[in-house]
Design a protein around this ligand. Structure first.
Ligand code: ADP
Length: 205
């Protein structure tokens, strides 16, 4: 049981996965919101049943699983439809993440939530004890996106612009991992935070 939970966020290609991996290598359980978002709409889940009820059987494939492309097309250009979908999925994602963190066998747990700033920050996740932001300058995010995803310059910029701003994310941060240089520079920062979180978790329990 983990009684101390750290929320980890950062902009696209800021290095969240890289940082998460390093915490995991130290034995810390990381609950991933992207994985949770898939798990809560698995075949047989209450959320999938509600989606089918709200959006119709067209958003299901023949095997009963979610037709993501169909659903995306339905909500893409319609904010009201998108909100209706999120009203079904977001509470389920938050609940699953919280359960995974509480059940974690490590001294503390990390909830990796890429879109934490976009979904309402701490208000949406009041059970986070601490928030750490992985931060990189926009130009660095842009270059990594082009390299990692093969995005062209315009698409990379659109992906960045579609997210909360760097300032909005940093406003949530109690801790910051600066990832603007060599990946090796991450290790000392992660280890320092790890010691800090271990101490905070020990104090809590
Ligand atoms: P996120 O999970 O935030 O989207 P990633 O951890 O996947 O970001 O990092 C984005 C890309 O940039 C990956 O290809 C990763 O290997 C690379 N990357 C991350 N940090 C650095 C760094 N300090 N220097 C160079 N490349 C990096």
């Amino acid at each position: 049981m983990s009684g101390y939970v750290v929320g980890l966020t950062g902009g696209i290609a800021s290095g969240k996965s890289e940082v998460s991996r390093r915490f995991e290598a130290l034995g810390i359980v990381v609950a991933d919101a992207d994985l949770a978002a898939r798990a809560v709409v698995a075949v047989g889940s209450p959320a999938l049943a509600r989606i089918a009820q709200r959006f119709g059987a067209q958003v299901l494939q023949a095997d009963g699983s979610l037709d993501r492309a169909q659903l995306r097309a339905r909500v893409f250009a319609d904010p009201a439809e998108r909100r209706a979908l999120e009203a079904i999925t977001h509470p389920a994602i938050r609940e699953l993440m919280q359960a995974q963190c509480r059940q974690a066998e490590s001294a503390y747990a990390i909830a990796a939530i890429p879109l934490l700033a976009e979904v309402g920050g701490r208000q949406a996740y009041p059970w986070l004890d601490r928030i750490v932001v992985v931060d990189a300058p926009v130009a660095v995010q842009h270059a990594r996106l082009m390299q990692r995803d093969g995005a062209d310059a315009r698409l990379a910029q659109q992906m960045i612009d579609a997210q909360a701003s760097r300032e909005q994310r940093l406003a949530l941060a109690e801790d910051v991992v600066v990832n603007d240089g060599h990946p090796d520079a991450l290790q000392a920062q992660v280890e320092a935070l790890h010691r800090q979180y271990l101490a905070a978790a020990a104090q809590r329990s």
